[in-house]
Design a protein around this ligand. Structure first.
Ligand code: UD1
Ligand code: MG
Length: 528
């Protein structure tokens, strides 16, 4: 169908008083997009010469929302009704012969339905063709007054219905196709005869039939397509329908969705065959998921890019990150933006990543923060490892090579480079680069003091009592009754007992420094 003579006008100047919002109605979201974006997108494939959006309330926000789709905007200020909005748009329509008019607040309409409307209008050589729907509950909508089985006499707004007309359940969707040289004279005859003193576009229908022009009705195949969003409840219902449509499309494409009504998927999300999405998952933005992935309960993915066979365990949060094939994350992992997890990488529970690259097969399984970090392949990051990437002013990078073993509870103070095959002793605070193949340990040495406890108990009655109670001195000769167990005494003895606060020199004397052999190194770096 060639539509070189067609223009589109979308009415989006109203405030949307019934929403009780500081945001213009058409900028509210349903189904992951603003209402106006849904409408503009539905019109785009019609190939009209012009698409004109009438803006008014918050025009400066509405105009940029439609600009990316090549729509032109005209300003209606103040807003004197839908008929007035058409008059404002007139000049922008150029030489078009037909116009499709849509409200900016009815976002569920499909392109196919609009094509059918235009085709019916052309075929019937009509002055106007109205997209109508039959609703069980027509309240809130203008009603269609039929002239015959195929033609329409008038549209009556809800506020002007007579008691008999309240029974009518065919409603006006506010989506019409008009022949422009029939519309303008009819609109000129319309008067603002209503309580808002507005020019209603709906009144042009009666004005046309009064001049024996043909007005047709095209009944929408699915009545839900024409739902308008005047209230928060309307918004929720429209959102529900969009989400349902999207889930149905995903299931048709071979995706399993458990408890579908609990899963929220934005319109641009895709997923490959045999991917399983569990209950309570949200897939948002431009998230793309490969085949055979599993996204488990409670996970929220925004703008994530997943390869094939990726597993996202329960309750993960992923933002703008790429996960290659066979990656496993979670449960309870948080990926802030700009991470790349290469094939087979594993990120475990309570691990947070930011701007980090995790190499093939590398693991960080527990309680870890990696920020501004690049890690090579097959490295192991022990539990509790933290990259200190921020000095309060600037962010600094950490680079970790291939097959590096970072022992548990290590603190890596950036900027820092750790070479291939290096080992970091558990509990280390690493501030200097570590060459490839080296072992780095940076922590206080352990001092064992043989017999410390029993020796201390001889001079420390409180400790003696405690050890007896816990059975540690059961086989020893019962100690005499402690002479003084007063709080004061205990406090004094704490200060006096040399073993409680040994000087570094004393430690050196009592326990010779450890020598590092292979077994000791093993123990030092023991990570997860
Ligand atoms: C309108 C129709 C009603 C129909 C219903 C379907 C009229 C008078 N009534 O009622 O028959 O059943 O839609 O949803 O048309 N707008 C402007 N400028 C204005 C006034 C409105 O651009 O001066 C825009 C609004 O931003 C909105 C659209 O026109 O996008 C429709 O206006 P709205 O107030 O929602 O009309 P309804 O009461 O829903
Ligand atoms: Mg409305």
């Amino acid at each position: 169908m060639s539509n070189h003579d067609l223009a589109i006008v979308i009415l989006a100047a109203g405030k949307g008083t019934r929403l009780k919002s500081s945001l213009a109605k058409v900028l509210h979201c349903a189904g992951g997009r603003t209402l106006i974006e849904h409408v503009v997108r539905a019109c785009a494939p019609l190939g009209a010469k012009q698409t004109v959006v009438v803006v008014g309330h918050q025009a400066e926000q509405v105009a940029p929302a439609v600009a990316p789709f090549g729509a032109e905007t005209v300003l209606q200020q103040p807003q004197h009704g839908t008929g007035h909005a058409l008059q404002i748009a007139r000049r922008a329509l150029g030489r078009a012969k037909l116009v499709v008019v849509l409200p900016g607040d009815a976002p569920l309409v499909r392109t196919e339905t609009l094509k059918a409307l235009i085709a019916a209008h052309r075929a019937g050589d009509a002055a106007a063709t109205i997209l109508t729907a039959v609703l069980a509950d027509p309240s809130g909508y203008g009603r269609i007054l039929r002239k015959s089985e195929t033609t329409v006499a008038a549209i009556v707004e809800e506020s002007q219905l007579t008691p008999d007309q309240r029974e009518l359940n065919e409603i006006n969707s506010a989506i019409y196709c008009f022949t422009l040289d029939k519309l303008w004279p009819a609109l000129a005859r319309v008067k603002p005869n209503n309580k808002h003193r507005e020019l209603y576009l709906t009144d042009t229908i009666a004005a046309m039939t009064a001049k024996n022009e043909t007005v047709l009705a095209e009944v929408a195949p699915d009545a839900r397509e024409v739902l308008g969003c005047n209230t928060r409840a309307d918004l929720a219902e429209v959102d529900r329908i969009f989400r349902e449509r999207k889930r149905a499309a995903m299931m048709d494409a071979g995706v399993t969705i458990q408890l579908p009504e609990t899963v929220l998927i934005d319109p641009e999300v895709t997923a490959g065959e045999d991917t399983v999405i569990e209950a309570g998952v949200q897939l948002l933005g431009k998230t793309k998921i490969g085949a055979r992935c599993t996204i488990r309960s409670g996970s929220v993915l925004t703008d994530a890019l997943l390869g094939d066979a990726v597993t996202v365990e329960p309750h993960c949060v992923v933002a703008r990150s790429r996960l290659d094939d066979h990656v496993i994350i979670g449960p309870f992992a948080r990926l802030r933006p700009d991470n790349h997890l290469k094939a087979g990488a594993r990120i475990g529970n309570f691990v947070e990543l930011k701007k980090s690259t995790i190499g093939e097969g590398t693991k960080a399984m527990h309680l870890t923060y990696l920020g501004d970090t690049k890690i090579g392949a097959r490295s192991n990051i022990g539990a509790g490892t933290i990259t200190c990437n921020y000095d309060g002013f600037h962010k600094f990078p950490t680079s970790i090579g291939n097959k590096v073993f970072v022992g548990s509870d290590s603190t890596l103070v950036a900027p820092l480079r750790i070479g291939d095959g290096a080992y970091i002793g558990a509990g280390s605070t690493i501030t200097d680069n570590v060459p490839a193949d080296a072992l780095a340990i940076a922590r206080g040495r352990q001092a064992n003091k043989p017999g410390w406890a029993s020796k201390s108990a001889e001079n420390w009655p409180q400790l003696r009592i405690q050890r007896r109670r816990s059975g540690q001195e059961r086989n020893q000769k019962p100690a005499g009754r402690p002479k003084n167990t007063s709080k004061l005494f205990v406090q004094k003895s704490r200060v006096k007992t040399p073993f409680l606060r040994p000087s570094p020199a004393a430690c050196q004397k009592r326990s010779p420094p450890q020598t590092l052999n292979t077994t000791a190194a093993d123990a030092i770096v023991r990570g997860t």
